[in-house]
Design a protein around this ligand. Structure first.
Ligand code: C2E
Ligand code: CA
Ligand code: CA
Length: 711
C-alpha cells in the first residue's frame, strides 16, 4: 500500500443520490481516503468497521435509515460521539435545523455545494479531530500529564542528555495513592477524579523544573528526577498537603517506590518495574511508606516466581506439612489448645517458612486452595487423635484475610466437620486483625455466623494494625490473640507493658479471653502472670512441633510443664508510663468506660493517676490539667464512708492479686454524684508504689440505687 494513502485522513460520505456522492468524492479524493455509504445503516456499519474515520458527511433524507437516526445513534455512543458530522441537505426548515443541532451535528452544508466552503469546513473539523486524537493518545486526558509511553520517551531523552553531565544520578519514583479504590467507593468517581487531578497538580508544582513526570495506570504516578532532589521529609508532607486541600475528612496516604538509576542500559520500562517492585513492598504498610529498590528485591521476586511455579505440584505431592504449637494455661499448668501452622518442605530448598510463602499466596490467590487443604488435614488429624487417644485439645486454624471474602468458606468448614464427624468445639478459627479493619461489616456477619455454628472465633495479631480497643466492642470475638512481638521490644516496663496491660484488662471487661503469643523469656512470662493473662503461646514453652512430637504431648496430658514460677517484681519507669504514648492513647481512648492506671501507696493512703483515657475525664467531669498537675488523690472522690471500702479493696488486690469489684457513689469534678461500678486490680509493683488498673462504669441512677441497696 502506498504510504501517502495511509497518511491521508479518512472521511465517510453518506449519500443515497449517486450524483451528489460522485461530486463529493471528486471534491475530496486528492486529500482524503473516502468511504462511501448509500444509507444510514451502511454508514453505521462503516463507522464500526473503520477506526480512523475523521469526519462524516451525512445526508438527511435517505432510505432504510435516515440521517437523523444516524446522528442520534453516533452522538449517543461514547466511542464515536467525538467524530465530527457535517449534515448535507438541500434546504432546512427551522424545526429540522434545531433538531439536527440538538442531535449534535457539528456543521451544515447546503446543496448545491459551494466547493470551497465544503472543503474548508471539512478540513477545519478534520484537523481539530486529528489533533485531539494525538493529544489524547499522548497525554492522560484526566490530568494532562504524560501517559506511560510519553513518559518513557521523555525520560530517555533526559537521561541521554545528562549521560556525562554534572547533574549526577537520576532516580525513578513511582507513587501510589493508598486504597484509591476505597476513595472511589466511599465518595464517588468525581471525587476520585478530583484526588487524581490534585495529585497531578502537586507533582507538577514540585518537580516541573527538575524532572519528567506522568501518570501510569489508575492511581500510579511516575517521576524521573535527579537524586539530589529526593527529599523524604517532603514526601511525608505531600500526603498531608493532599489531605488538607481535598478536605474530604479522609486521610490520603501516598506510598513511594524509588529506583536509583545505576544501570543506564536497563531501559526505562525496566527501571520503572524496579521502582514498582520497591513500591509493592510498602503498599498497605502503615508504618513505612517509602522504599528504595535493591537487588535483594529482585532476588525475592525471582524466588517468588519459582515458588509460584511449583505450588500446585507441592500440594499434590504433600510437600506442605502441618506443625502444632501448644497454647499453655498458666493456672492449669498444661496445654489447653494448639495452633496449626503450615510449613513447606520443599524438595530442593528445604523447609520454607510460611512468612515467605503465605503473603505470596495471598497475592496470587493460591491461599484459598492451600488453606482448604490445611483445614482438611487438621480436621482429619483431630479425628485420628480422638480415635487413638480418646482425647484432643482444640486446634486453631488460620483463616487468611482473603478467605474471608470467599462465599464458600463457611460451607466448606462445615462440610469438613461433617466429613470427619468432629464437634465444632475442636476447631478454633483465627482471623487476623487486618481483616476486621479492611471490611468490618463482612467480618461482623462472618464472625456471628461462625459462632452461631458453634465455632470459637479468635482475633489474631491484635495490635499489629490499626484497631483501637473500641473495635473490640463491635466485634464479638471469643478470644483475642496479642503478639508480644508487635509491642516493640517488649519488656515488663515501658510502653509495651503499658499497652498490654490495658488490652488484657479491657478484654477481660468485654468478657473475651486473651492468648499472648511470642512469649520467650522469664520476665515476659512473669509479667503475663501478673496482669492476669493466663493463656500463653510462645517459644518459652514450645516451638511449633512436628506431628510426632506434638502427639507425645497429647498422649500424656500430664506431661506438660509444671514449673513453679517465683514472683519477682521489677521497677516500672514512671516517666515512661506517664508519657502520652500515641499508641497507648489510641488504644485506651474511645473506650466507652473510664479507664486508668494508678499508683497506690498504702502508707499514705494515696491513689494517683498515671495515665487515663479521655472517657475518664468525660465521665468524671474532670479537668485533665488538674488531674495530673495537682496530683489529685483518687480516694478524695469518695464520700467518707466509702473511702475505707475502696482502700480495703486496694489493699486486698495487692495482696491477693485478684480483681476487686464494687458499686459506689462518687463525687464528680463538678460536685455532682454518680453511681459507678468500679473494678480495680493489681498490675505491678515498683519501688515506691503499687500499680493498679481501674475501670469505672457509669451505671445510671436507677440501676445504681437498686444495686446500692443490695450492697
Ligand atoms: P501467626 O498466625 O501469628 O502464627 C504465629 C507465628 O508466631 C508462627 O510463625 C509461630 O511459629 C511464631 N511464634 C510463636 N511463638 C513464638 C515465639 O515465642 N517467638 C517467635 N519469634 N515466634 C513465635 P510461623 O509458623 O512462621 O507462621 C507465620 C505466619 O504465617 C502465621 O502467623 C500465619 O499468619 C501464617 N500462617 C501459618 N500457617 C498458616 C496457614 O495454614 N494458613 C494461613 N492462612 N496462614 C498461615
Ligand atoms: Ca495465627
Ligand atoms: Ca498471631
Amino acid at each position: 500500500m502506498n504510504k501517502n494513502i495511509e497518511k491521508k485522513p479518512t472521511i465517510l460520505v453518506v449519500e443515497d443520490s449517486e450524483i451528489d456522492r460522485k461530486i463529493l468524492v471528486r471534491m475530496f479524493r486528492d486529500k482524503y481516503n473516502i468511504i462511501e455509504a448509500t444509507n444510514g445503516k451502511e454508514a453505521i456499519e462503516n463507522v464500526h468497521a473503520n477506526e480512523n474515520i475523521s469526519c462524516i458527511l451525512l445526508d438527511l433524507i435517505m432510505p432504510i435509515m435516515d440521517g437523523f437516526d444516524v446522528l442520534l445513534e453516533l452522538k449517543n455512543d461514547f466511542a464515536y460521539s467525538n467524530i465530527p458530522i457535517i449534515v448535507i441537505t438541500t434546504d432546512l426548515d427551522t424545526d429540522s435545523e434545531i433538531k439536527v443541532l440538538d442531535y449534535g451535528a457539528d456543521d451544515f452544508c447546503l446543496k448545491p455545494f459551494k466547493a470551497e466552503i465544503v472543503r474548508l469546513k471539512v478540513k477545519n473539523l478534520v484537523d481539530k479531530f486529528v489533533l485531539e486524537k494525538i493529544y489524547r493518545s499522548r497525554f492522560d486526558p484526566l490530568t494532562g500529564l504524560f501517559n506511560a509511553e510519553n513518559f518513557y520517551k521523555a525520560t530517555e531523552l533526559l537521561l541521554d542528555k545528562n549521560k556525562d553531565s554534572e547533574n549526577g544520578k537520576f532516580a525513578i519514583i513511582i507513587t501510589n495513592i493508598e486504597k484509591f479504590k476505597v476513595i472511589n467507593e466511599l465518595f464517588d468517581t468525581d471525587v476520585g477524579d478530583r484526588v487524581l487531578i490534585q495529585m497531578a497538580e502537586l507533582i507538577k508544582r514540585d518537580i516541573k523544573k527538575i524532572g519528567i513526570y506522568g501518570r501510569l495506570e489508575l492511581d500510579n504516578f511516575i517521576m524521573c528526577v535527579p537524586i539530589k532532589y529526593i527529599d523524604v521529609a517532603k514526601f511525608k508532607k505531600q500526603s498531608e498537603y493532599l489531605t488538607k486541600i481535598l478536605d474530604l475528612n479522609y486521610s490520603i496516604r501516598l506510598s513511594y517506590g524509588i529506583y536509583i538509576i545505576n544501570d543506564m542500559s536497563l531501559g526505562i520500562a525496566k527501571m520503572c518495574d524496579r521502582a514498582k517492585m520497591a513500591l509493592n513492598t510498602v503498599t498497605g504498610n502503615y508504618v513505612n511508606n517509602l522504599a528504595f529498590y535493591n537487588d535483594d528485591l529482585r532476588k525475592k521476586m525471582l524466588f517468588e516466581q519459582e515458588l509460584t511455579q511449583h505450588m500446585d505440584q507441592a500440594i499434590k505431592e504433600n510437600q506442605f506439612e502441618i506443625y502444632f504449637q501448644p497454647v499453655n494455661s498458666l493456672k492449669k499448668g498444661k496445654m489447653v489448645s494448639a495452633e496449626a501452622l503450615v510449613r513447606w518442605n520443599h524438595p530442593t530448598k528445604g523447609f520454607i517458612s510460611p512468612g515467605l510463602f503465605i503473603p505470596l499466596f495471598e497475592k496470587n490467590g493460591f491461599i484459598t486452595e492451600l488453606d482448604f487443604y490445611v483445614w482438611d488435614r487438621v480436621c482429619a488429624q483431630i479425628k485420628e487423635w480422638l480415635e487413638k487417644f480418646d482425647y484432643v485439645v482444640p486446634v486453631s486454624i488460620n483463616i487468611s484475610r482473603i478467605d474471608t471474602y470467599n462465599p464458600k468458606m463457611v460451607e466448606y468448614i462445615v462440610s469438613l466437620i461433617e466429613k470427619y464427624d468432629i464437634s465444632p468445639e475442636y476447631l478454633k478459627l483465627e482471623v487476623t486483625e487486618s481483616a476486621y479493619t479492611d471490611n468490618p461489616e463482612n467480618l461482623l456477619k462472618l464472625t456471628k455466623k461462625l459462632q452461631g455454628l458453634g465455632f470459637l472465633v479468635l482475633m489474631d495479631d491484635f495490635g499489629s494494625g490499626f484497631s483501637s480497643l473500641n473495635v473490640l466492642k463491635d466485634f464479638p470475638v471469643d478470644v483475642l490473640k496479642i503478639d508480644l512481638r508487635f509491642l516493640f521490644d517488649f519488656k515488663s516496663r515501658g510502653r509495651g507493658a503499658n499497652i498490654l496491660t490495658t488490652v488484657v484488662k479491657m478484654s477481660q471487661l468485654l468478657k473475651m479471653d486473651t492468648i499472648v503469643e511470642g512469649v520467650e523469656t522469664d520476665e515476659q512470662l512473669e509479667f503475663m502472670r501478673n496482669i492476669g493473662c493466663d493463656s500463653i503461646q510462645g517459644y518459652y514453652f514450645d516451638k511449633p512441633l512436628p506431628k510426632a512430637i506434638f502427639e507425645e504431648r497429647l498422649k500424656n496430658p500430664e506431661n506438660n510443664y509444671k514449673s513453679e514460677i517465683i514472683e519477682i517484681d521489677k521497677d516500672f519507669e514512671t516517666a515512661e508510663l506517664m508519657s502520652n504514648e500515641e499508641i497507648f492513647m489510641r488504644l485506651i481512648n474511645d473506650v466507652s468506660i473510664a479507664f486508668g492506671l494508678f499508683g497506690y501507696c498504702p502508707e499514705e493512703k494515696m491513689l494517683k493517676p498515671i495515665n487515663v483515657n479521655d472517657n475518664y475525664y468525660k465521665i468524671l467531669e474532670m479537668d485533665p490539667y488538674r488531674t495530673f498537675k495537682e496530683k489529685m488523690n483518687f480516694f478524695d472522690l469518695f464520700f467518707s464512708e466509702d473511702r475505707t471500702l475502696v482502700i480495703n479493696c486496694c489493699d486486698r488486690t495487692i495482696k491477693t492479686r485478684n480483681k476487686e469489684k464494687f458499686i459506689t457513689f462518687i463525687k464528680k469534678g463538678n460536685g455532682q454524684k454518680l453511681f459507678a461500678s468500679i473494678d480495680i486490680q493489681y498490675v505491678h509493683r515498683t519501688e515506691t508504689y503499687y500499680m493498679i488498673s481501674l475501670m469505672l462504669n457509669d451505671i445510671g441512677d436507677t440501676e445504681g440505687l437498686k444495686k446500692f441497696s443490695d450492697r
